[in-house]
Design a binder for this molecule. Structure first.
Ligand code: MSP
Length: 648
């Protein structure tokens, strides 16, 4: 008999420096959805999350409250666990880096790498960003003092430290990334990482002496191990790596996916693989760097105090709605915008109108016309065949999307089926059929088909919405709570003769007026803007008109915010042999301009130069923007086409 297929997925272990927000929930919900999907496909899954409890940031946060670090951390970790419970996160383990089982493995790995000769003692002098727990060289700082990742002030650190010979692994890592196209995803992040490595990897400082809230260096207790070296190791310490009971490690390592935010993709796709190579441990199969949940164009952050508490949303809207919204609204890999108006709109449109109404109308008709007993399907018409065909095409298409973590695409595929079924009701008009006794069999067929679509859509959507199958099961007289993915791949499992039960709406509509918003909600304003934008179709042009544009591939050499200009980013671009400066008013969509470095964009190269804020901007970068300006992305070229190449 063949071994059961396994699937191991991890989330980052979150810092217990404050309560979690909707951005953290987003990542964990994605990982959970992926786990549920794989489990339904018959995989033996392992899903790990946890908390990253050491480091200077936490020591200081505790000191400010007059507490010992662990006293400060414990209740916050409890709040993590309680949030995951409320979001129906089905993790197999929750690792805390202060646990003995973890600390021991970190020390063992440190020792192993030291004994191999890849760790040496030297003097560190450089800059440290405590909120990011990251070292920087002076060259990397913004304005000579600020962190390039979070923009906050760094501190000059001079201390004796242990260093990890990361530079030694640079070529091997680059080769691994090049030989394994799926190792870093999405492609944009992969390119960023390749560029970063090509600039040269420096040895990494992996110990600190100026505070003590960390795991002691096993060979020198004056030092504590750098918090990222400590934290990354959780992915194997939780599996019992190097211990007497390493059965989980044997079964599940290497991990299938480390799901992380784009800000920490570098730690996972560069530092972590180098540590693993040094420790002779196989590398994970994939690091997937997802985008951020933004608020009105800016990143949510504990320090800005603009965080959205998932607990409040759960109280108001329930778990399935929140999970559906996050997965459907944000394209995995890109940033997405959270707003309560958009959430309510999704609930009312996709969930209450499309899905909820399909269930309640279908169940009500079985109740009314067949006394609640599910009728048999009779002879299929062309229309029925078409519906069935779409239903059968949905599972493979949704699976293809889930497999690449394209949750929005997967849900949209399932909802196309839901939408088709609603249209089928209008086309078949069961209420007309019901008036004609001779059409009884036809009416039965129509209602059977509707229940069958509901069943299939429920099965396929259930990785995303853990309560859905239970709620639908209660109504359609069939238990879908333990359905396998393959149940959604076939037609005809609904049992004629079973009894439906009318219940309350699965997704009650939310009255937008109940939101604490101005009378004219932002969503409505956006809608109007969209209408205007749609009407503005431009006049027809000839090819010659188009050919006047000189569109070129331009590689970003540097990108930074223009001081005192909220909206402007200043790009230094390489266009063939030429270097250009181009200003673009897109700063609000790129909180981390640095992340654009190395990307290849599309430039209108023959636009007359223009002075903006005293800087000459030569050319214009192409962008794609939502009609309501809620989203914007610079157009990119992902292949090896060199800079300066023509775009047409
Ligand atoms: N402790 C480290 C991770 C160590 S993993 C070995 C850490 N913790 S964190 O709590 O600061 O962030 C954890 C994750 O939350 C990161 O992947 C980060 O990208 C993600 N997010 C934080 N804010 C976010 C949004 N607004 N949106 C989406 N994800 C965001 O880094």
């Amino acid at each position: 008999m063949s071994e059961k297929k396994t699937f191991y997925i991890t989330t980052p272990i979150y810092y217990p420096s404050a309560k979690l927000h909707i951005g953290h929930a987003y990542c964990t919900v994605m990982a959970d959805t992926m786990t549920r999907y794989k489990r339904m496909q018959g995989y033996e899954t392992y899903f790990l999350t946890g908390s990253d409890e050491h480091g200077q940031k936490l020591q200081r946060a505790a000191q400010e409250k007059g507490l010992k670090p662990i006293e400060y951390i414990d209740p916050i970790v409890e709040s993590f666990k309680s949030l995951w419970k409320r979001l129906y996160i089905s993790n197999d383990d929750f690792i805390r880096t202060t646990e003995e089982r973890h600390m021991k493995v970190v020390q063992d790995i440190f020792k192993k790498v030291y004994e191999k000769g890849d760790i040496y003692k030297s003097q560190y002098e450089g800059y440290y960003c405590t909120p990011c727990e990251t070292f920087f060289t002076e060259r990397q700082l913004v304005d000579g003092k600020n962190c390039p990742d979070c923009g906050r002030a760094t501190e000059l650190v001079k201390e004796e430290s242990y260093f990890f010979k990361m530079s030694k692994y640079q070529d091997r890592l680059l080769k691994h990334i090049e030989d394994n196209p799926d190792f870093i995803q999405p492609v944009s992040r992969r390119n960023e990482m390749i560029n970063f490595i090509k600039q040269g990897l420096e040895d990494l400082c992996i110990s600190r002496t100026t505070f003590d809230w960390g795991i002691p260096v096993p060979i020198d207790d004056k030092h504590v191990i750098y918090v990222w070296f400590d934290a990354l190791t959780n992915y194997i310490s939780a599996l019992g790596y190097g211990t007497d009971d390493d059965s989980l490690y044997q079964k599940f390592w290497p991990a299938d996916i480390h799901l992380v935010g784009k800000d920490i993709a570098r730690f996972h796709s560069i530092i972590w693989p180098c540590i693993l190579m040094a420790a002779d441990v196989p590398l994970p199969k994939q690091v997937f760097g997802h985008g951020w949940v933004l608020l009105d164009g800016g990143k949510m952050s504990k320090s800005k105090g603009n965080v959205v508490d998932p607990n409040v949303l759960l109280d108001k809207y329930g778990v399935d709605a929140i999970r559906y919204f996050l997965l459907r609204e944000i394209i995995t890999g890109n940033d997405g915008i959270y707003s309560e108006e958009a959430l309510v709109k999704r609930i009312n449109t996709d969930l209450a109108n499309d899905f909820g109404n399909l269930v309640s109308r279908s169940v009500a008709m079985v109740d009314k016309y067949f006394g609640g007993i599910i009728p048999e399907a009779g002879q299929a018409t062309e229309l029925d065949e078409e519906l069935k065909e779409l239903a059968l095409a949905t599972a493979p298409k949704a699976a293809e999307a889930f497999d690449k973590l394209a949750f929005s695409e997967a849900l949209s595929t399932i909802w196309q089926l839901v939408g088709r079924a609603n249209k089928y009701i209008d086309e078949t008009a069961p209420w007309v059929l019901a008036k004609d006794e001779s059409q009884k069999e036809r009416l039965g067929t129509v209602l059977y088909n509707l229940l069958e679509v509901i069943r299939i859509a429920t099965v396929l959507a259930s990785p995303a919405m853990p309560l859905l199958s239970g709620k639908v099961s209660e109504q359609i007289g069939m238990d879908l709570t333990n359905a396998a993915w393959c149940d959604g791949e076939v037609w005809g499992l609904t049992k004629a003769g079973a009894k439906v039960a009318k219940k309350d709406a699965i997704f009650p509509r939310i009255d937008p007026k109940s939101l604490d918003l101005p009378a004219e909600t932002k969503a409505e304003v956006k809608e109007e803007k969209k209408e205007v934008a749609k009407q503005e179709t431009k006049a027809e042009i000839t090819y010659d008109d188009f050919a006047k544009l000189d569109l070129r591939v331009a590689e970003v050499l540097a990108c930074e915010k223009v001081p005192d200009a909220d909206k402007l980013l200043k790009f230094t671009l390489k266009v063939g042999e030429e270097t250009r400066t181009v200003l673009s008013g897109i700063a609000e969509f790129y909180n981390d301009p640095q992340s654009l470095v190395g990307k290849k964009l599309v430039l209108v190269a023959n636009l007359k130069p223009k002075k903006i804020r005293g800087i000459e901007s030569h050319g214009m970068l192409l962008t794609a923007a939502a009609d309501d300006d809620s989203l914007l992305e610079v157009l990119q070229v992902y292949s090896d086409v060199p800079s300066g190449s023509n775009v047409c």
